[in-house]
Write a protein that binds this ligand. Structure first.
Ligand SMILES: [Zn+2]
Length: 237
């Protein structure tokens, strides 16, 4: 491989790290704003968090006749111009299970967060586009992917996932080796994330753990978290 190609690859990894760490910082700000800190375990109250930002959640039928796949639209973010303010609304397919609705709500809320960030940095009042939550696992753009990463961090904070992994592995110590599907089932139950979405969320948490581990002393000031990742590192192999 040429030196040029090696440098390009390093930049690519570096950019991925930056994206994950930036999304981690943003999602933590929103979680801390709601919970104060993340020391005490909670099933994330995503509906409460969204309502605190005065976004309405409306559950309704979603008609997907013009799409290829069944249930292709799970929800979308829209706005309603009121007299003196803009009312944001998250629409959710009412036929989904509550655990899937939680994913859709967090995903649409992530679009809202990214748009607020964009407004702050670009100092312009951008018109919001409608953001549909289509088939996750097959995101169609960088923004959709960023929203899926943020959804994982909002619904399954790494501060909770690490101790739960440890607890699960200790509870299974007479049954080694353990199937990863059993761990994911437990995680799905504990975090109230559907078994369909939990796999994707856990993959994003794995990347985050690796990037936090590699970025010790590089802007991440939560020493306890880094210590936990080191302690539980073997659980990620
Ligand atoms: Zn989306």
């Amino acid at each position: 491989m040429s030196e040029l190609n090696e440098n390009a690859n390093l930049d690519l990894i570096c950019n991925m790290q930056k994206i994950y760490l930036e999304i981690y910082n943003i999602s933590n700000t929103y979680l801390r704003n709601y919970y104060g800190d993340l020391k005490e375990y909670h099933t994330i109250d995503i509906r409460g968090i969204v309502k605190k930002h005065e976004i309405d959640i409306i559950e309704r039928e979603m008609y997907t006749n013009s799409f290829l796949f069944i249930n292709q639209i799970d929800g979308y973010l829209d706005k309603d111009k009121k007299e003196n303010h803009i009312q944001y609304i998250i629409y959710v397919n009412k036929n989904l299970s509550e655990t899937s609705k939680r994913y859709v709500i967090a995903h649409e809320f992530s679009h809202y967060i990214l748009q607020q960030k964009q407004k702050e940095t670009e100092k312009i009042k951008k018109e919001i586009e409608i953001k549909y939550c289509l088939n996750v696992l097959f995101s169609k753009s960088g923004e959709e992917n960023a929203c899926d990463i943020m959804t994982a961090f909002l619904l399954m904070p790494i501060d909770y996932v690490l101790p739960l992994m440890k607890q699960f592995i200790e509870s299974q110590k007479n049954n080694y080796p353990i199937r990863i599907s059993e761990w994911l089932q437990c995680l799905s139950y504990w975090m109230k994330v559907s078994s369909y979405h939990v796999n994707l969320c856990f993959q994003h948490i794995r990347y985050l753990a690796a990037f936090l581990y590699d970025n010790e002393n590089m802007g991440i000031d939560d020493k306890i978290l880094i210590k936990n990742i080191k302690e539980y590192a073997r659980l990620f192999y």
